[in-house]
Ligand binder design. Structure first.
Ligand code: AMP
Length: 429
């Protein structure tokens, strides 16, 4: 299928071609037509599938066809859980709207509000926002949402996880009742379905992949390792493998800082990215990672959401996530946009419960490989880490454990894939 056949305008096709996209991804093929028809859409898709273009392209088309109001009030509102994701969506919108007479901006917390307010005053057609800053500006009377025609909730599951449900409700109250609603989520728990039912009207359901699969283009491997040897092992993997760009996940901010310091001491150019870092430090770390001046970016789950790092070859779970869905989100950072990637997990005996939950969710018995000299003591305790080391110190508001195993994660299929051990899910059970 070509972008032409989706009914997008010449101005958008030109911008798409400038980006180098040759054909629409599955989620784009499925979501763009109903959005262009003005329908509400509930989409199952995670970062890496091309979901941003799946909603921004048709929105830009609808807005450019609509009547321009003289004051340029906000006509499309895109809510996202994190600053990084908001910033990335905004960058995409700027690119896709190059040949359109539409203005857009992004607002999020952690930075001075003045430039954002100045932008808003000039009149904005498309606003990308995180809920907190949006409510803040709304309360100060600095923004009106009375003319919003299209609302997008992106990464809705993560917004609920981060405790934004009240904020979303407050925002929806000030929007016009008649509007088009689009909701994107990687997973579908009972809470997400409830939220969707309250917001969407007769939505068209679209999804990129079957249930609970992890991305086929990703090779997944588990290295069982003694807990106290994890740092030594990751440094060995990076230096001996001569890895150039590696995203590393830890469960906690403290863990991210500690590991980063050890890496730097071992001569690896590394930076940590988490909720305690200011926006400037986060942006700088991400830029350094993208331009190759940093080898390793050590991140917590929340900080890493929405990071768009094309062609990331390696993702390492330094610690397994205690929320199994986070595993799917994490490894979705590699093997993106048709590229292949490797997701490595350093697994210590105290994480046995986490690994069991992950394997249950993804429906795979993940391959395990011992590395000589790093094997864990077979008698080591399999008891999970104590409270305070895990969920309580996460990089966000504590979340409820999810019990709904109907969660979906989406696939990443822009192009051909090489065979991987996950292509036949049953063979790994
Ligand atoms: P997203 O899932 O929106 O975060 O997009 C993931 C990556 O895929 C981004 O780098 C996009 O620029 C890229 N992308 C989006 N749509 C396409 C497409 N149709 N073909 C190739 N790459 C794409």
């Amino acid at each position: 299928m070509s972008f032409n056949s989706l009914g997008l305008s010449d101005a958008l096709l030109k911008a798409i071609s400038k980006k180098g996209y040759t054909s629409p991804s599955p989620i784009q093929q499925k979501a763009i037509p109903p959005i262009l028809e003005g329908k509400d859409v509930l989409a199952s898709a995670q970062t890496g599938t091309g979901k941003t273009a799946a909603f921004t392209l048709p929105i830009l088309q609808l807005l450019s066809q609509g009547k321009h109001l003289s004051q340029r009030p906000v006509r499309a509102l895109i809510l996202t859980p994190t600053r990084e994701l908001a910033a990335q969506i905004f960058v995409n919108i700027k690119e896709y709207s190059t040949y359109l007479d539409l203005s857009s901006t992004v607002i999020f917390g952690g930075v001075n509000q003045k430039p954002q307010v100045a932008q808003l005053r000039q009149g904005i057609d498309v606003l990308v926002a995180t809920p907190g800053r949006l409510i803040d500006l709304q309360n100060q009377g600095l923004i009106s949402l009375a003319k919003v025609e299209i609302l997008v909730l992106d990464e809705a599951d993560r917004m609920l996880d981060m405790g934004f449900v009240r904020d979303i409700e407050r925002i929806i109250k000030v929007l016009p009742a008649k509007r088009q609603n689009l909701m994107f989520s990687a997973t579908f728990s009972k809470d997400i379905k409830k939220l969707a039912m309250g917001i969407l009207h007769h939505p068209v359901h679209v999804e990129a992949t079957p249930e609970n699969t992890t991305v086929d283009a990703i090779t997944q491997i588990i290295y069982p390792v003694a807990k106290e040897k994890k740092t030594e092992l990751i440094i060995k993997l990076i230096t001996e493998g001569n890895w150039k760009q590696i995203l590393v996940f830890t469960r906690t901010k403290q863990g991210a800082n500690k590991l980063t310091e050890s890496m730097i001491s071992a001569g690896i150019k590394a930076a940590a990215i988490h909720g305690n870092k200011g926006q400037g430090a986060r942006t700088k770390a991400l830029a350094g990672f993208k331009d190759g001046s940093l080898t390793a970016l050590v991140a917590t789950d929340i900080a890493a959401r929405g990071l768009d790092i094309p062609l990331l070859p390696h993702v390492v779970n330094f610690e397994l996530p205690n929320i199994p869905e986070d595993y799917v989100h994490r490894i979705g950072r590699t093997g993106r946009a048709g590229a292949n990637g490797e997701a490595i997990s350093l697994f210590s005996p105290d994480e046995t419960v986490f690994l069991r939950d992950i394997e249950k969710l993804v429906g795979l018995n993940l391959p395990k490989e011992n590395i000589k000299g790093f094997e864990p003591d077979p008698n080591a305790s399999k008891e999970p880490i104590k409270q305070g080391q895990g969920r309580q110190q996460r990089d966000s508001t504590p979340r409820k454990p999810k019990t709904d195993t109907t969660n979906r994660s989406s696939n990443n299929s822009f192009g051909p894939r090489r065979p991987s051990q996950n292509n036949d899910r049953r063979s790994n059970r």
